[in-house]
Design a protein around this ligand. Structure first.
Ligand SMILES: [Zn+2]
Length: 323
């Protein structure tokens, strides 16, 4: 049995046919301009979807359904987006109904962090654990919790707004209006801010080349400078970001008591430079009598966690309906 996963982002969608082991059999990408209309987004997306579903394409003849994930808040029955800042043209649009009518297949919709979490918990880095916390770090920070192979849904289809736990009351202003939320510190903007504070103290750092050329420094650039050039400033930035991440993960342990935390997204590309520091900070604080041992792992599926997780969602539903 295969399924199609669609991971809808702010300016592009990833589509893939995936088998029950999480193997991607074929994939497509659909790109649009953020200023375009619903029709401009859906026309190429539906064309790519019909192409990927063609019985002549690998896995296309044995598709059980379509799983779709988006950022933002979904409506109560998960058939459309109530609000997504980066996909405002789709707010209130009947996405599931439209895709079902166009393809004749059933469509199950979920949030992007729920989809990523399902992929990692059932088939990826968390597959040997019962309580899996999935953390996705990009422009913001979000998470999902999977217990005994099922998503925990208690607030807006998820587990609340982990990125807005306050770590630094006098810190930077967050998009939510508060100061010092986790996602002002542990995110693409967070590591950028740390870099801006640290770099003036290291005039010889190769990272100054980015500011001279007007290019914004990304987590991956900092990681490469640390790994390939042993750049002291880059190592220091990653250590500081890792320490904030560790503090955030410790707080998540207090809330969710996971057995494993799977970290995904841009910052996790910096791998063990950040994660080792985060592990150290968590282990210094974690009381094993309360939490047992908590492992912190890098995402197995990386940027494909969303598409794969959407197909897990479809297959779980199919199995539930046939038993
Ligand atoms: Zn906030």
């Amino acid at each position: 049995m295969n399924a199609v996963g669609i991971d809808l982002g702010g300016t592009s969608a990833k589509l893939a046919v995936v088998d029950s082991e999480g193997k991607i059999l074929q994939h497509r990408k659909s790109i649009w301009d953020p200023r375009e209309t619903v029709d401009d987004i859906l026309r190429p997306l539906i064309a790519a979807l019909k192409d990927i579903l063609s019985p002549t394409k690998e896995g296309g003849s044995d598709v059980a359904g379509i799983g779709l994930s988006t950022p933002g808040y979904l409506n109560d029955d998960r058939t459309g987006i109530i609000y997504a800042a980066n996909l405002q043209m789709l707010n209130g649009f009947p996405l599931v109904k439209t895709l079902e009518e166009e393809t004749g297949m059933s469509v199950v919709m979920d949030t992007d962090v729920n989809a990523g979490g399902l992929a990692e918990a059932l088939l990826g880095a968390g597959k040997n654990f019962n309580r899996v916390l999935f953390i996705s770090i990009g422009t913001g920070l979000g998470g999902s919790l999977i217990v005994d192979r099922k998503l925990v849904r208690h607030t807006r289809h998820g587990i609340g707004h982990l990125g807005h736990i306050i770590l630094q009351p006098d810190g930077e202003i967050c998009g939510c209006g508060n100061r010092g939320c986790i996602e002002t510190l542990v995110s693409a903007q967070g590591i950028h801010r740390i870099a801006e504070k640290i770099l003036p103290h290291y005039p010889a750092s190769i990272l100054h080349e980015y500011s001279r050329s007007g290019k914004k420094i990304e987590a991956l650039d900092i990681y490469l400078a640390a790994r390939d050039k042993s750049d002291t400033a880059a190592v220091e930035i990653l250590q500081q970001e890792g320490a904030w991440l560790g503090l955030a993960l410790y707080n998540f342990c207090a809330i969710c008591a996971p057995e494993v935390i799977v970290v995904s997204g841009g910052l996790s590309e910096a791998g063990n430079f950040i994660l080792d520091k985060a592990r150290e900070v968590v282990n210094e604080r974690l009381n094993p009598d309360l939490y047992g041992k908590v492992e912190i792992k890098q995402s197995h599926f990386g940027v494909n966690a969303g598409v794969v997780g959407n197909t897990v969602n479809v297959m779980q539903l199919v199995r539930k309906n046939t038993t």
